[in-house]
Write a protein that binds this ligand. Structure first.
Ligand code: AMP
Ligand code: MG
Length: 319
């Protein structure tokens, strides 16, 4: 049986014994294991049914730890780490040999970040090794933002969920790689591009197809409910296209006046994208449990976190 607990020393014991523990971060819950334990890392891939070509993010306790695992830190990577760590930005950097190939899918780079959650920071400081921690969900499904989501997914497959409450940011980290020292966004996420640009100037986003070999998390269907989902700029028009169907609506800030839908979730009544992002996955989980025929999701304004939310919603529509 999975134990949901706040006991950090219990998590230390399990991780030291090469077991997995689901951990809270500010983005989503991660399924964590010792990066140097082949047994633990293999179990992460098996438990998630994640393909081995999809590399894992390494979680470290502080900026100072970075030089233990990477060969070289470009100037702009240093600026980003100083500005945003602990926080939801992941840097892809040239790895040291000490990082096992299974973590990086054989690449010579490693993805790394310092998560901004007090419980997990304390855990990382107590461990003599970093943690690999992909999202604690089966491959392609909606990421977990509460301990209960994790428990529902894995039941008795994992021994412990370290409970740190609901995740504050609610969508995954922004991933930044470097090509000839130039920063490139591999995955949109909780740190908006505009905010990154205030620190290092203009930054390019790799389009999905191009980025796929570099960042497999960019592959089409991902973060997806089981229920068919459509994304639209005009919710009222979309509703008309599905007469006599059980519809669930997911909207940004204002309720849609209609009798044609079974249920609707408003992500932020005050129109705050930070609040909307933090509630996004839980809303998708709730809608997915209601045996709807279709989920109609409203497209967000295409800037700041809205861009990242739209990215996740687009992938939720892929079959
Ligand atoms: P997740 O931990 O599920 O949020 O996914 C981690 C994502 O990080 C992967 O799907 C990749 O897109 C990206 N990633 C991890 N390691 C690398 C790497 N060495 N190079 C490029 N992208 C990476
Ligand atoms: Mg994931």
């Amino acid at each position: 049986m999975t134990i949901i607990s706040k006991d950090i020393s219990k998590a230390v014991k399990l991780l030291t014994a090469e077991e997995l523990v689901a951990i809270p971060t500010e983005t989503v819950y991660g399924l964590a294991g010792n990066i140097y334990s082949t047994k633990a890392i293999k179990t992460i891939f098996e438990t998630k049914q994640r393909p081995f070509f999809n590399p894992l993010i390494v979680h470290i306790p502080s900026i100072d730890y970075l030089s233990n695992i990477v060969e070289y830190i470009p100037e702009k990577a240093k600026l980003l780490a100083e500005a945003f760590w602990p926080g939801p930005i992941t840097l892809v950097l040239k790895k040291k040999n000490i990082i096992p190939d299974i973590i990086t899918a054989g690449k010579d780079t490693v993805a790394v970040r310092v998560p901004n959650h007090p419980v997990t920071l304390e855990l990382l400081k107590k461990l003599p090794f970093p943690l690999a921690a992909p999202s604690a969900n089966p491959f392609s499904s909606i990421s977990p933002t509460t301990a209960k989501h994790v428990e529902d997914y894995f039941k008795d497959k994992i021994k412990m969920v370290l409970d740190g409450g609901p995740c504050r940011s609610g969508i995954e980290s922004t991933i930044v790689g470097f090509e000839d020292d130039n920063p490139i966004i591999y995955r949109l996420g909780s740190t908006p591009i505009e905010v990154i640009e205030t620190v290092i100037g203009e930054i390019e986003i790799k389009n999905r197809k191009e980025a796929a070999p570099d960042a497999p998390g960019m592959l089409g269907r991902h973060y997806a409910p089981k229920t068919t989902t459509v994304l639209t700029k005009n919710v009222s028009d979309a509703i008309k296209q599905y007469p006599n169907r059980l519809i669930g609506l997911l909207v940004f800030n204002s309720e849609v006046e209609t009798n044609a839908v079974f249920t609707q979730i408003i992500l932020s009544k005050k129109g705050d994208m930070v609040e909307a992002a933090s509630k996004l996955y839980d809303a998708l989980h709730q809608l997915d449990l209601q045996n709807l025929d279709i989920i109609i999701a409203e497209e967000f304004p295409d800037y700041g976190l809205g861009k990242s939310i739209n990215d996740r919603l687009k992938r939720a529509t892929k079959r």
